[in-house]
Design a protein around this ligand. Structure first.
Ligand SMILES: [Zn+2]
Length: 183
């Protein structure tokens, strides 16, 4: 009897620990924005380019490993977003931005969005500049896919300057919710 009682106590402590872990690790928040640059075919075709192309390409791979089809425009496709760099040395200037202007042209659903990187701020990111540049690219691409800012230090969609380089459960759930709107 005594032994069984102790087993129960140990078991309930274990369950309690599990539930505490569940709250911290799996509290998923879904945040989608009002716009996106994915076309009617489910693609996000980009044109132009950036000094941070390697970081942009990294971010494309991460999102495409989830469920999206982000690809460079070809002769046979139409661009949904123009990628470019600009320079603004104001101390509080944006590091990057996305213009989600979406003008659907014809049956193909062509968007005319823009995605810009401020070379002044991008070149100053530190420490861990590689991780921070990748995070910026992941974040802005997330907006083009229809995700909104999402507080939570583990989220790529957190607007703060972080070094997050993997999609959190909230990022993934938000991406799935966004996908439902234009698939
Ligand atoms: Zn944002």
């Amino acid at each position: 009897m005594k032994k069984a009682k102790r087993l129960v106590a140990i078991f309930s402590a274990f369950v309690f620990m599990l539930s505490a872990f569940a709250v911290s690790a799996f509290a998923v928040t879904v945040r989608v924005g009002p716009g996106w640059l994915v076309d009617n075919g489910g693609h996000m075709d980009w044109t132009g380019g950036t000094r941070y192309q390697a970081d942009f390409d990294f971010a494309v791979r991460v999102w495409n490993n989830h469920r999206f089809v982000i690809r460079r425009v070809t002769f046979w496709t139409s661009a949904d977003v123009q990628v470019f760099d600009w320079f603004d040395d104001h101390p509080r200037s944006y590091t990057a931005f996305v213009d989600l202007t979406r003008r659907l042209i014809g049956n193909g659903g062509i968007n005319t969005g823009r995605m810009g990187f401020n070379t002044f701020q991008m070149d100053r990111l530190s420490p861990s500049p590689l991780q921070r540049r990748r995070m910026v690219a992941l974040h802005e691409l997330g907006h083009t896919l229809g995700l909104a800012d999402n507080l939570g230090i583990q989220n790529v969609m957190n607007p703060a300057d972080t070094t997050v380089n993997v999609l959190s459960p909230s990022d993934r759930a938000s991406a799935d919710a966004a996908w439902q709107r234009f698939r």
